[in-house]
Design a binder for this molecule. Structure first.
Ligand code: UDP
Length: 344
C-alpha cells in the first residue's frame, strides 16, 4: 500500500532476522521494483521512495504487503522526506531519475532538476548519517556519441551540444557520477556507480520511448512496428533480472567502492534486426514502418549510432555479467505482455 504518512517506518522488531535497511529511490519503477523484490528475497528491510511519475504502484503488487517493505509515496525533490527516509538506512540504491529519451527530450529542465539536486542532497545525508553503501544508477548515455566499438568505464565522454536537449540526460547523470565519486573520496562513503545499457524485461513500458516494449506492443496489436531512421542503430539489451543481480553483487562486494561499472549485455543487435525478431516471434504478418527521427522526437534530436559496453570490469569484480540471449529475453517480455493484455 502506498502511504505518505509518518507511521510507515521500517520494521525494527529485534525478533526478526534483520540484515540491512535498504532505501530504494525509484523503487516502484521498472528496474527499482525488480531490485526491491530481490532485496526482500535476500532478507533485507526495504524502504521504497517513489513519486509514481514514471514508476507504477502495480509494479510492487507482488510484495506490497511484505512485512519488511515500507513504501513512501513522494518525491526525491522533497528535502524533508528525503532526510526522513535516509534515517536508519544502511544501504541506498538511488534509482529515481528522469528516464527515457522521449521524456528527457520533452522536458530538459525537469530532467536536470530531478537528476542533479536530489542526488547531491541524498549523498550529503548519506555521508553524514552512517550509510555504508550507496549505489548510484547511472546510464550509458554519459558516453554520448562515443565512436568506439566496446565502451570502457574510463573512456572519454562524447556528449553532444547543449542545443540538443537529449544530452541533458547524460550530462546530468555525469554530474551525479562526479558528485558521488567525490563523496567517496572526501568522506569515505561506499559509493558504486552502475551505468545501465538498455535494460529490458517485464514491467517496462513504452510510453517514454523504450524500443523493446514499443515493438512488442505494436506487434501484439497487429502492427506496424515503427523503426526510426533506417534501423541500422546498434544496441545491446540486458535482462532486468540479471541487471538487478549485478547491482546486488556489486553492493555486496568489497572491491566495488569508489568505482564505475558498465552493467548490461554486450550482444549487439541492430534496431532493424530487433524489429524483425519481434515480428517473427509475435506475428509474421506485421509490417515495419520507417519514420525519420524528426517525426518521432522533433528536429533537435540526435541518436547514438552504436552503443556496446565492455563488461570485463563487472565480470572481474563479481564473477558474472548479463548474458541471457536476446531470443530468451524477448520470449519473457512477450509472455508478460500477452498475460497483461485484456482477453478478448
Ligand atoms: N527506436 C525505434 N523505434 C521506437 C523507439 C526507439 O526505432 O519506437 C530506436 C531509437 O531511435 C534508438 C533505439 O531504438 O536508436 C533504442 O531506443 P531507446 O529509446 O529504447 O533507447 P536508447 O538506446 O535510445 O536510449
Amino acid at each position: 500500500m502506498f502511504t505518505s504518512g509518518a507511521d510507515m517506518r521500517p520494521n525494527n522488531n529485534p525478533e526478526k532476522i534483520v540484515m540491512a535497511n535498504c532505501l530504494v529511490t525509484g523503487g516502484a519503477g521498472f528496474i527499482g521494483s525488480h531490485l526491491t523484490e530481490l532485496l526482500l528475497q535476500r532478507g533485507h528491510h526495504v524502504t521504497v521512495l517513489d513519486n509514481l511519475s514514471t514508476g507504477r504502484a502495480v509494479n510492487l503488487d507482488a510484495v506490497q504487503d511484505h512485512e519488511r517493505l515500507t513504501i513512501r509515496s513522494g518525491s526525491i525533490t522533497d528535502p524533508v522526506l528525503l532526510s526522513e527516509v535516509v534515517h536508519g538506512a544502511d544501504n541506498i540504491y538511488h534509482l529515481a531519475a528522469a528516464v527515457g529519451v522521449k521524456l528527457v527530450a520533452d522536458d530538459p529542465v525537469r530532467t536536470i532538476q530531478t537528476n542533479i539536486f536530489p542526488t547531491e542532497q541524498l549523498l550529503r545525508l548519506a555521508a553524514s548519517s552512517g550509510v555504508r553503501k550507496f549505489f548510484l544508477a547511472s546510464t550509458s548515455e554519459v558516453y554520448g556519441k562515443h565512436p568506439g566499438n566496446a565502451w570502457l568505464e574510463d573512456d572519454d565522454l562524447h556528449l553532444g551540444p547543449t542545443c540538443r536537449p537529449r544530452w541533458a540526460y547524460g550530462c546530468s547523470k555525469a554530474i551525479d557520477e562526479f558528485l558521488a565519486l567525490a563523496f567517496h573520496q572526501k568522506y569515505g562513503l561506499g559509493v558504486t556507480v552502475g551505468r545501465f545499457f538498455n535494460v529490458v524485461g517485464p514491467r517496462q513500458v513504452g510510453n517514454y520511448g523504450m524500443v523493446v516494449p514499443r515493438f512488442v506492443d505494436a506487434a501484439l496489436r497487429g502492427g506496424p512496428v515503427t523503426v526510426y531512421d533506417d534501423g541500422s542503430q546498434i544496441r545491446c539489451f540486458g535482462h532486468v533480472q540479471e541487471v538487478v543481480d549485478c547491482i546486488y553483487a556489486l553492493v555486496d562486494s568489497d572491491d566495488a567502492a569508489g568505482r564505475v561499472f558498465n552493467i548490461g549485455s554486450d550482444q549487439a543487435v541492430s534496431i532493424l534486426e530487433l524489429a524483425q525478431k519481434v515480428i517473427e516471434m509475435v506475428n509474421p504478418e506485421v509490417e515495419i514502418q520507417f519514420i525519420p527521427y524528426g517525426e518521432a522526437y522533433g528536429d533537435d534530436f540526435e541518436d547514438v549510432q552504436r552503443r556496446v559496453p565492455n563488461t570485463d570490469r563487472l565480470a572481474e569484480t563479481i564473477g558474472r555479467r548479463p548474458s541471457m540471449p536476446l531470443d530468451r529475453i524477448l520470449e519473457d517480455i512477450i509472455a508478460a505482455r500477452r498475460a497483461a493484455m485484456p482477453s478478448s
